[in-house]
Design a protein around this ligand. Sequence first.
Ligand code: ARG
Length: 451
Amino acid sequence: MTLWGGGHAEPPADALWRFTVSTADRRLLADDVAGSLAHVRMLRAAGLVDEYEVVDLVDGLERIAAEAESGDFAWADTDEDVHTAVERRLGELVGEVAGKLHTGRSRNDQVALDIRLYLRRAAGERIDGLRGLAAALVGQAEAAEERVVASYTHLQQAQAVPLGHHLLAHAWALRRDTERFADCRRRLDVSPLGAGAGGGSSLPLDPAAVAKELGFAATFDNSLDAVAARDVVAEYAFCCAQAMAHLSRLAEELVLWATAEFGWASFADAYTTGSSALPQKKNPDVAELARGKAAAAAGAVVALLGLQKGLPLAYNRDLQEDKEAVFGADDALAGALEALTGMVATATLDPPPPSPWVTAYDLAELLVERGVPFREAHEVVGRLVADVAADGRTLADLAPLEPVAVHDSFESGDVQFADPPVSIRRRRTPGGGSFDSVRDQIAALREWLGG
Ligand code: ARG
């Protein structure tokens, strides 16, 4: 069934039908019905349906809502889209009065409403999911106690840091992702219903009443913009894509950490897959797929920007394509969050200590504290490192007087600082890689997570 055709002398060609029908919007069913219920109540208040008609319409829509909820809603191949399917079903349930549902409304403002309702709710779910993964990282950071690892730049060991510091770096990124979703949700929280086909209506509609019933913070200011705008959909996709990029970075490290070469992590059997050929394998496929799905999520942002660019105002059918893009990115994030959270929460982290070379910077800072210019300290420690390495030794093998021999500001007791855990104890930068900082970060993140 179509919601049009009066002016068409021929039925739709099969090729047109196959190409234009939308099924990606079927997940909007419950939101479409919720929007219609609010619309019908507003029509009653405006005197556009009578007291009997409203009872039938509400009753029919509530039955459709129940069918949506139970999964019993029967789609027909002849439904052009979700909006058509609801109106078709309403007609089956309540008869001719169903024809009043579309009073003062177009699918243009209807679909804009539905996607906002859906994404507003999804944003809350994704925020919860991101918090869940952050909580798993905080739990691992807490369990890591005073375990020390190398931090890396250029994937070369750089400075010693608490393992917890490294894990929490990911948690802070996830926290920003939640803020991004919350911010996007504010812009989603505007109702477009009442904009109609784009120009508004001559009927006494009350967009504010519909917005209020659906819990929107505001209504549209310009009806053309209300039906044409998809910036919030693109923004939502970006929130997903950026979060997926963060998950992907974490995932890449999980993959690396589980290698025999790194040996930092092993994962619960329930969160690894086997190899069909190699019996010994426990593969980190969850992490790899999180990394892989980040690619298409980034692609969704590009698709949604391309969709808007060059579109004349206001509604164009191109906009139907927004759903596949944004739902794809959102589904990827939802799935990756669920699986990665389990993988991280159940991981065993047992990283080897970093090489003593990671204390070189701390040794240079000892000299700086004693008044030596940093450039000179860098040079001196660089020489010391080169000499020790030339002997096939590391900084841990330094004899007490060796540093003193390269610079008289060194003291014989300084060799103790060539030990990574000892060098960490000298760190004092707020937010830096010290045990105190990790404790503070855990407290701050726990407070954000609600205790
Ligand atoms: N299925 C359409 C979409 O997703 C609904 C709006 C259709 N409007 C129209 N004028 N054909 O965008």
